[in-house]
Structures are given as C-alpha cells and as structure tokens.
Design a protein around this ligand. Structure first.
Ligand code: NDP
Length: 298
C-alpha cells in the first residue's frame, strides 16, 4: 500500500484567505464598508503576541479592519469587562477575540461570557455552543471548523462515515463531534476513560486527534485508508537539532500513520494554519448576520 496523501493545511488556508478576501471586496463594493475584527491582548506572553500580530496582518491582507487593544499584564477584570462592553456596543466592530491565556487576576469565563454572541468569532460563548449542539446558526470554534473544511474538501460528502474524535474539550473535541454529526457521520467521542482506545480508533474512517499528548496515536491504531486529522501541537526536545532545541509534533505518530492512512495532516503545516483563516471567515459571517447583509459563499 502506498503512503498516505499529505493534506496541505497551508495551501488550504491560503485558498480560504483568498476566498475571504474576495468576499470582503464584494461586501465593500455592495455596502461601502468592510467587516472589522477587534483583538484584545492582555500582558506580554510572547506566543500570544505572535498570534495577535499574525491575526492583525492577515485581517488587513483580506481587506478587513483590524482593531487591536493591548492592555498591561496588571489589568483588572472590571477594566477588561468595560472594554468588552464598549466593543459590544461599537457598531464598527463585527468580531471580538480575546487572546487566551489571560493573567491570573482575570476569570477567563467571565470575560468570554461578556462577549456579544453575535460578535463571538471564536465561537466559545455558551449561546454559540448551544446553537451548534441544537442545530442552530452558530459561530463555530475556528480549529474544528478548519478541520471540517479540510475533510469536506478532501472527502466530499461525509454522510455515513464512522468518525472518531479523541478529546472532548469545549474548544476542539466537542464542537468537532457536533460538526461531524451535522454532516451525518456516525460519531464516537473518545477520552481519557475510553476502554481499548486503539480498537476504537481502528474502526474510524475519519480520525480526529485532539489530545495534547505527543505521538500518542500509533500507526497500528489506524484503519487502512482512514483520513487522519491531527490537531495536537506538542513541543518536544530535539537534541538532533542541537542542545536545548525543540520541535513540534502532533498527537499522531506521523511516520507510522502515513504508512497506513489514506490521508493525513502534518504537524506543523496541517490544522494550525487553518485556524486563523477560519477566524477571518467567521468575522465575515458575523458581520453579514449582524448587519443583515447577504452571506457570501466562502
Ligand atoms: P484539552 O487538554 O482541553 O483536552 C484534551 C482531551 O484529550 C481531553 O478530553 C482528555 O480527556 C483527552 N485525553 C487526554 N489524555 C488522553 C488519553 N491518554 N487518552 C485519551 N484521551 C485523552 O486540550 P485541547 O482540546 O485544548 O487541545 C488538544 C490539542 O490540540 C493540544 O495539543 C493543543 O495544543 C492542540 N490545539 C491546536 C490548535 C490548532 O490551532 N491546531 C487549537 C487548539 C488546540 P478527558 O476529558 O477525559 O480528560
């Protein structure tokens, strides 16, 4: 059997950003306005600063307005809640994203709950989670939506497929399972208490790994020809690259898996690049719904 096809998340993400850019140009022409995304960063976490910079850059490249609020690490909860209230009532703001993690003195749930669900482009608000679970029009968390878009583009109709999602977090596993159910897959959610996880995984036509454990899913856990989506991002020591060097791996043992799977996303370069691209797509969607504009097909 030949090696799995590698699903190129970078190329998928570039194509999605291109479509978002075209949709924004269309909205600008039709309505004389472009969607605006507000990103709130508290403190100076270096990884968060990189994410926020990339989000701002890609938002502007798609023709949207990027509004950044950088607050000092000692910002108290009330100040942050007041800022969210201002952004909620600002008609020029279509999407609000609060970069996590937040400093210890701030309760992240209180902040996320404060965001107007209509502007909740991360899809973390309980109203959006509830709408997704009950089949309503929801803003959906970016990472699982990115996985779904890649799966649909790769496989077409997902109806009737056996899908196994390993991980049940609110930001990846649960919304991923809800999206696959919406696509008429038969979905199993596995987690740390699942019995005989290798056998559960082996039954999957579609296997999504969102665990956070480096290379936990081995090649012999994968059914021949399965499509494997590896959400995990794990930093492990890479002494072969020099002393103290690290490298990124997923939750799936990639080299073993690619000898069995039909297709697989690499880490890095698989799911990761899709996350920001879907954030941009969600911002367009939020703007159209809130402003009563026709939703372009992106
Ligand atoms: P969480 O830690 O919130 O959830 C991990 C899930 O994995 C839990 O449901 C847990 O089960 C399950 N789990 C842990 N150990 C095992 C095990 N031994 N066997 C089976 N299941 C297990 O993680 P997230 O969902 O936030 O993230 C998962 C991974 O995805 C991480 O590597 C993260 O970095 C990455 N990620 C990547 C993104 C991207 O853009 N590509 C975005 C978001 C996350 P239980 O509930 O029973 O404890």
């Amino acid at each position: 059997m030949s090696d799995a096809q590698i699903i190129d998340g970078k190329a998928f993400a570039a194509a999605l950003r291109e479509r978002v850019g075209q949709a924004v140009a269309g909205l600008q022409a039709a309505h004389g306005a472009a969607p605006g995304l507000a990103v709130v960063l508290v403190g100076e976490d270096p990884a968060s600063e990189v994410y926020v910079r990339n989000k701002g850059k890609q938002t502007a490249e798609c023709g949207m307005r990027s509004i950044e609020h950088k607050l000092p690490a000692e910002t108290d909860q009330q100040t942050l809640l007041d800022l969210i209230a201002d952004l909620n009532s600002d008609d020029g703001v279509d999407g609000i994203l609060v970069q996590l993690p937040l400093p210890d003195q701030v309760d992240p749930q209180a902040v996320l709950d404060m965001i107007d669900p209509a502007k909740d482009v991360d899809g973390f608000h309980v109203i959006n989670a509830g709408r997704l679970a009950t089949g309503g029009d929801a803003l959906v968390p970016c990472t699982p939506m990115g996985c779904l878009l890649m799966l649909k583009e790769y496989l077409g109709d997902l109806s009737g497929k056996n899908a196994v999602v390993v991980g049940r977090s609110n930001i990846v596993g649960k919304p991923m399972a809800a999206l696959l159910t919406r696509e008429n897959c038969t979905v199993t959610i596995a987690h740390s208490r699942t019995k005989d996880l290798p056998a559960v995984c082996r039954a999957a036509d579609i296997l999504v790994a969102a665990v956070g454990r480096p290379e936990m899913i081995r090649g012999d856990w994968i059914g021949p020809g399965a499509v494997v989506i590896d959400v995990g991002i794990n930093r492990i020591p890479a002494p072969e690259r020099g002393e103290g060097k690290m490298r990124l791996v997923g939750d799936v043992a990639f080299d073993e898996a690619k000898a069995v799977a039909g297709a697989i996303t690499p880490v890095p370069g698989g799911v990761g690049p899709m996350t920001i691209a879907v954030l941009l797509r969600n911002t367009v969607e939020a703007a159209c719904r809130r402003r009563g504009w026709d939703l372009p097909n992106i």
